[in-house]
Design a protein around this ligand. Structure first.
Ligand code: ADP
Ligand code: MG
Ligand code: MG
Length: 252
């Protein structure tokens, strides 16, 4: 088992404190969901875990099996087994999706131990079939002209090919119709298991109808203010966040 531990994490963007002491422990074989109102710091947490340079950690720690993640460069974090699917993936002209994926897979492997091309292609085909992706998605330039739904599926394809220990999925469900949502959930559910832990960030409960989280956390104003099981997500869906504001005495 592996464990990702976030302790009393404080993060600033351009001098403004966004995260005000986040505590979270994620083990492999667990799916966690973070919910919360807009602007509350959910994406900031995702970016801090991945080491985005604009997000400045001012105090607190992130460790992976005791190793200091904050000391690692972005590529080292990926190599250590952490994966981030982004809310707004950018386009990369001149690099096909398959080439990008193969480089990413190889970047995680040791030098001289590159994945054999045929093995890579077979695996890519299988996963694309699972995700009901059109085969030309492999040869198109990365994210160029991809629809919102195609981008999301492609993020899950990356996840399934890279097989990270921990994935942070930030609003992987936003803008998806119900069929795309089910396909995305199918991919994530296929990853479930002993070697994989996941943090799903979502504004809506809908995705969690298809991916049953083991733990649900609510983030408000830069802190995890409540944790529970899947039932917490249902309560939030039904009642919104106001009851929590009241219960915790937070100004909305
Ligand atoms: P969430 O994902 O929960 O909607 P974010 O983490 O995106 O919230 O944002 C938290 C706060 O940080 C918001 O008040 C937002 O305006 C601010 N913020 C986010 N990104 C930036 C940025 N690049 N520069 C300045 N402020 C930012
Ligand atoms: Mg647990
Ligand atoms: Mg966000």
């Amino acid at each position: 088992m592996s464990t990702l531990v976030i302790k009393d994490l404080h993060v600033e963007i351009e001098g403004k404190e966004i995260l005000k002491g986040v505590d979270l422990t994620i083990n492999t074989n667990e799916i966690h969901a973070i919910m919360g109102p807009n602007g509350t710091g959910k994406s900031t947490l995702a970016q801090a875990i991945m080491g985005h340079p604009r997000y400045k950690v001012t105090s607190g720690t992130i460790t992976l099996d005791g190793e200091d993640v904050l000391e690692m460069e972005v590529d080292e974090r990926a190599k250590a087994g952490i994966f981030l699917a982004m809310q707004y993936p950018s386009e990369v002209t001149g690099v096909t999706n398959a080439d990008f994926l193969r480089s990413a897979v190889n970047a995680k492997r040791d030098e001289g131990d590159e994945i054999p091309l045929m093995k890579f292609i077979r695996e890519l085909d299988t996963k694309m079939e699972t995700l009901e992706m059109h085969e030309d998605m492999a040869t198109r330039y990365l994210n160029e002209g991809f629809s919102g739904g195609e981008k999301k599926r492609n993020e899950i394809l990356q996840l399934m090919m890279l097989k990270p220990q921990f994935a942070v999925l930030d609003e992987i469900d936003s803008g998806l119709d119900i069929d795309a949502l089910k396909v995305v959930a199918k991919g994530i559910n296929e990853m479930r298991g002993e070697g994989f832990g996941c943090l799903i960030i979502t504004h809506y409960q809908r995705l969690l109808d298809y991916i049953k989280p083991d733990h649900v956390h609510v983030m408000i104003q830069g802190k995890v203010v409540q944790s529970g099981g899947a039932e917490l997500a249902h309560k939030l869906e039904a009642q919104g966040y106001d009851w929590l504001h009241e219960e915790l005495g937070i100004e909305a």
